[in-house]
Design a protein around this ligand. Structure first.
Ligand SMILES: Nc1ncnc2c1ncn2[C@@H]1O[C@H](COP(=O)(O)OP(=O)(O)OP(=O)(O)O)[C@@H](O)[C@H]1O
Ligand SMILES: [Mg+2]
Length: 228
């Protein structure tokens, strides 16, 4: 279980997150939805250790991890797929998958390529020459190859056509059900978030303004928070 308690983050003087609390139980898919600029990426970066909160506490299975480095958090089993994918354009797909990996186990690579068969034939291609949808799948594959217990996904459907969104949906559900990977999914598309998640949070101006079980939420009420 990952727990975020009263986390506040500021860039210089302006607060972007204001006492945000959330809980992600083991094995769940939890989604955070919110409009542009509400602090979603800031929250994921804080969880991953790329930003340090002004106040608050982040714990993983009861152990405080607030101040750990991103590398240390990765070792604790947290995988991160950043917004915009951050593929290395001048490395091949194969190199992108294995970069920074300490243990090179060909079985894991095979397992991951079975989840993303389209990446198999793209292995020698430069990352920068993939389409947006291919890059997104590569970014998820690159996180999964490190065998995380928990995956943080920042808007994986952003700018991606429906057929690839369906592929991504299938893979996320599969790793959640079969490999028991816990998922924290940041989304702007409410439909995708509702389809995927067990539990949903809405963030507005750096604050959690709504939370509930997905199967119980009233769509109209949720939409009120998200209309532009
Ligand atoms: N490095 C930074 N320095 C100063 N302000 C920043 C920095 N990064 C983000 N911000 C500001 O913090 C606020 C929240 O940004 P954040 O990227 O967390 O939003 P978001 O919810 O992920 O938005 P989007 O849906 O567009 O990705 C925005 O107003 C943004 O301009
Ligand atoms: Mg963002």
């Amino acid at each position: 279980m990952l727990s975020v308690k009263n986390v506040s983050v500021s860039y210089r003087e302006s607060f972007v997150l204001n006492k945000v609390s959330l809980q992600i139980p083991d094995g769940a898919i939890v989604s955070i939805v919110g409009r542009n600029g509400t602090g979603k990426t800031t929250l994921l970066k804080s969880i991953m250790g790329l930003l340090y909160p002004r106040e608050g506490k982040i714990t993983l299975n009861g152990k405080e991890i607030t101040a750990l480095s991103p590398e240390h958090k990765a070792k604790c089993g947290i995988g991160y797929v950043p917004q915009g994918r951050e593929i290395f354009p001048y490395l091949t797909v194969y190199e992108n998958l294995l970069v920074g990996l300490e243990e090179r186990n060909s079985h894991i690579l095979e397992d991951i390529l079975d989840l993303f068969p389209m990446l198999k034939k793209l292995l020698p291609r430069l990352g920068g020459n993939l389409s947006g949808g291919e890059q997104q799948q590569l970014a998820i594959a690159r996180a999964l190859i490190r065998k995380p217990q928990m995956l943080l996904l920042d808007e994986p459907t952003e700018g991606i056509q429906p057929s690839v969104v369906m592929e991504i949906e299938k893979v996320i559900k599969l790793i959640n059900k079969e490999k028991n990977v816990t998922v924290l999914l940041i989304e702007q598309y409410l439909d995708f978030a509702l389809k995927m998640a067990d539990y949903i949070y809405v963030i507005e101006k750096g604050k959690i303004v709504f939370e509930g079980l997905t199967r119980e939420v009233q769509l109209e009420k949720l939409k009120e928070y998200l209309v532009v």
